[in-house]
Design a protein around this ligand. Structure first.
Ligand SMILES: [Zn+2]
Length: 452
C-alpha cells in the first residue's frame, strides 16, 4: 500500500456537500483514495508539508480537443466564426497522425495538470486515413507518460462530408460501419467503469453538420449496449441552428431528442442557443452541458445561459474546449473568465466565484457520470492541487479562499497537483517527464505538422 499525507494545510477547500473548509488540517491518501481529513496526526510513506498552502479538489475538464494544441494561435483563423474557422482548419487537421496526437496530447494535458486540472475529457473526432486505434493509443500513452492524468477519452466521429451536405472534406470522415466497429474496440480496450478509474471512453459523433442522423442513432444504441456515455457539440452557433432547421426541419435539440440523444448519460459541448422550453427538457432529462466560455467568446458564438441552467437544475460542467479556439488548456483561467462573463451578462443572477469552483469540480464530475471525483472527502479519489498563499498577488485575496479562484483568479502554475494519490506536479514542474526535453520534442513535432 502506498500513502501520501498533506500535513497541516492552511486550508482545505473540500467542495463537499457541507461546503466545508478545514483549517490547519491533514489529508491522507492511501492507494489513491482519501482515507482521512481532519486535525488528528497521521503518518504516511511520503509527506508534503502543507503549511502556508491552500488545497482544492482537482479541476475536471469536460470538453477538449487535445489535437488542436498544435493548431492554436494561427493568424489565418483569428477573426473567423465557427463554420469558416472549421473549414479552414480541416485542411490542416487532415495531416494529423499518431505522433502529432501523442505530442499535442502531452502538451495540452501537461498544461492542464500545471493549472490544477486532474481529469481530462477529450473529444477526438478527426481520423484521417482511418487508423483509428493508433490515435487513441497515442492519447492514453501520453496520459500515462505524464505520470497520471485521469483520462476520459472519446471515440469521436464524422461521416457527413461536403459531398453529403456536411462541412468537413471527404478526407477526414469515415463510414458508419467502420466508426461503430472501432468504437466498440476502443471501449473494450480502454474503458474501465470501476470507481477511481483512470481510463474511460465515451462515444462522441462530432456535430450535426459533420455527423449523419444514422451515425447519431447507431452511436446511441451502441453506447447504451456498452454502458458508456454520449457526447457531441450542440447549439454552439446560430449557423448550426439554421443548418439543422433547413436540413431536418426542426431545432437542434428536437433533432437530438428524436434520435434518443437526451438523458443523464448524454452531455453537450457549448449548449448556447437553447430556448426556455429546451432548457426545461435538459433539466427534466438530466442532460448535461459542458460550458466553454473562452471558446464561445473567441469564436463570437454567444453566451451560454448558465444562470438559467443552474436555476432549473440542468447539470453543468466547465471546459476549455480545443486549443484552436481558446488558445490554451488552463481550466483555472476558464473558471475566472466564466465568473466575469456571467457577471457582465447577468449581474446579480450570475454564479459566485465559489459556485464556479463547484461547477468545475462537482458539476463536471456529474456530467461525466462520476461520483468518485469532484470533492475532497473520505472515500473519494486523491485528486487535488495546492497553492502556496505567500505570494504578493494573493495578499488579502486569500481571506475568502472559497471564491478566490473565480473572483481574483490564480495566474501561473500551481505548486502541487496530485492525481490518484500521486504527485504529478511538484514545485510547479511535471514529475512524469523531463519538461525541457518534452518542449524540444513537441516543438519539433508542431513544426513538422504545420509545414506539411
Ligand atoms: Zn469543441
Amino acid at each position: 500500500m502506498s500513502s501520501l499525507l498533506i500535513k497541516n494545510a492552511d486550508a482545505i477547500v473540500t467542495c463537499d456537500s457541507q461546503d466545508a473548509v478545514l483549517e490547519h488540517a491533514n489529508l491522507l491518501m492511501q492507494d489513491g483514495i482519501i482515507t482521512y481529513i481532519g486535525i488528528e496526526p497521521q503518518t504516511a510513506d511520503e509527506v508534503i508539508d502543507g503549511t502556508g498552502c491552500l488545497v482544492y479538489p482537482g479541476l475536471i475538464n469536460t470538453h477538449h480537443h487535445l489535437y488542436q494544441t498544435f493548431s492554436r494561435n494561427l493568424p489565418q483563423v483569428q477573426n473567423m466564426e465557427l463554420f469558416d474557422w472549421l473549414t479552414t482548419l480541416y485542411e490542416i487537421w487532415k495531416n494529423l497522425n499518431q505522433d502529432t496526437i501523442y505530442h499535442s496530447s502531452l502538451t495540452g494535458m501537461g498544461e492542464l495538470l500545471k493549472s490544477g486540472c486532474t481529469t481530462c475529457f477529450d473529444h477526438h473526432y478527426v481520423f484521417p486515413g482511418g487508423n483509428s486505434d493508433a490515435l487513441l493509443d497515442a492519447q492514453f500513452s501520453a496520459a500515462r507518460e505524464l505520470g497520471g492524468v485521469r483520462m476520459y477519452a472519446s471515440r469521436g466521429s464524422m461521416d457527413l462530408s461536403k459531398k453529403d451536405g456536411g462541412l468537413p472534406p471527404d478526407s477526414v470522415v469515415q463510414n458508419v460501419d467502420k466508426i461503430l466497429k472501432d468504437s466498440q474496440k476502443s471501449v473494450e480496450k480502454y474503458h474501465n467503469p470501476a470507481p477511481n478509474s483512470m481510463e474511460m471512453v465515451a462515444l462522441a459523433p462530432c456535430s450535426p453538420f459533420s455527423a449523419s442522423e444514422e451515425l447519431y442513432r447507431q452511436s446511441a444504441i451502441l453506447a447504451r449496449d456498452l454502458g458508456v456515455r454520449l457526447h457531441t457539440h450542440l447549439c454552439e452557433t446560430i449557423d448550426e441552428e439554421n443548418y439543422v432547421l433547413e436540413k431536418y426541419g426542426k431545432r437542434p435539440l428536437a433533432y437530438m431528442e428524436d434520435m434518443n440523444w437526451v438523458g443523464n448519460d448524454v452531455w453537450y459541448a457549448h449548449g448556447i442557443h437553447f430556448n426556455d422550453e429546451e432548457l426545461n427538457l435538459l433539466a427534466q432529462t438530466g442532460t448535461g452541458v459542458a460550458h466553454c466560455p473562452i471558446s464561445n467568446m473567441k469564436l463570437s458564438s454567444g453566451i451560454c445561459r448558465i444562470p438559467d441552467m443552474l436555476k432549473l437544475g440542468v447539470p453543468v460542467g466547465l471546459a476549455v474546449d480545443g486549443s484552436a479556439s481558446n488558445d490554451g488548456s488552463n481550466l483555472l483561467e476558464e473558471l475566472r473568465v466564466a465568473f466575469l462573463l456571467h457577471r457582465l451578462n447577468s449581474s446579480k443572477l450570475a454564479p459566485s466565484g465559489y459556485d464556479l469552483l463547484k461547477i468545475a469540480t462537482n458539476g463536471s464530475a456529474k456530467i461525466l457520470g462520476r461520483n468518485d471525483i469532484g470533492s475532497l472527502s473520505i472515500g473519494k479519489a486523491g485528486d487535488l492541487f495546492m497553492i502556496r498563499r505567500n505570494r504578493l498577488e494573493l495578499v488579502g485575496a486569500d481571506l475568502d479562499v472559497k471564491s478566490m479562484l473565480g473572483t481574483v483568479g490564480f495566474k501561473g502554475t500551481v505548486d502541487y497537483t496530485i492525481v490518484n494519490g500521486k504527485i504529478v506536479v511538484k514545485e510547479g514542474h511535471l514529475t512524469g517527464i523531463d519538461e525541457e526535453k518534452a518542449i524540444y520534442n513537441c516543438r519539433q513535432e508542431v513544426n513538422k505538422y504545420l509545414n506539411h
